[in-house]
Design a binder for this molecule. Structure first.
Ligand code: SF4
Length: 202
């Protein structure tokens, strides 16, 4: 087309309107159903096996499902803890049947018994040697407050005097069901915790 040559229109305005109307009518006729989700290209098998979640939820689930208690049983509550570990109550259900002799491989202390001031430095050392993150369950009246020995000159009036306690399980001694209830409370607490993950710069 040369410069200055007048533009030629093939269709009149009426014909353009008719053409546009016909195009719209065809689009309406072919658009009666919603378009399928773009994810339809995924196999149904993949659809059923994808789970969306958060890093916090995954880490909380993993931590709460694999608590390993340190061996630290100073007095008589220990027998109920042992019963909770045995076949009838079966702590293995919660992935925590492995009692660790090394505190470096443990992340939970269940304070099953009366603590004397003479033993306190050793128990606190065990706590400090445990891996982070770590949790403490004060089991029994003695673990919570010193129990019936609270007024004794040589008894620690509660483990929370020497270490932070997450869950308190009352009783003298608490039955295995009560201990398991406390463990389940700790599971919920761990699962709801926020994980402060710091990514290393590349
Ligand atoms: S709470 Fe009762 S059973 Fe447990 S250590 Fe104290 S005295 Fe013993």
């Amino acid at each position: 087309m040369e410069v200055g040559e007048p533009r030629k229109y093939i269709y009149s305005d009426v014909e353009l309107d008719q053409h546009e109307g016909q195009e719209i009518a065809e689009l309406m006729a072919s658009s009666q159903q919603p378009l399928p989700d773009p994810d339809r290209w995924l196999d149904e098998d993949i659809h059923r096996n994808i789970m969306l979640t958060t890093v916090d939820a995954v880490i909380g689930w993993a931590r709460s499902s694999s608590l390993w208690p340190a061996i630290c049983f100073p007095a008589c509550c220990a027998f109920e803890l042992i019963a909770a570990n045995a076949s009838r109550f079966d702590l293995s259900r919660f992935g925590m049947e492995i009692l660790r002799a090394s505190p470096r491989q443990a992340d939970l202390m269940i304070t099953a018994g009366t603590l004397t001031w003479k033993m306190a430095p050793q128990v606190r050392r065990i706590y400090h040697q445990m891996a982070e993150p770590k949790w403490v369950i004060a089991m029994g009246a003695c673990g919570i407050s010193g129990g019936i020995f609270r007024s004794s000159y040589n008894v620690v009036p509660g483990y929370n005097r020497i270490m932070p306690v997450d869950v308190y399980v009352p009783g003298c001694p608490p039955r295995p069901e009560a201990l398991i209830y406390g463990i389940r409370m700790l599971h919920r607490k761990i699962a709801q915790a926020h994980t402060d993950i710091k990514l290393q710069p590349m």
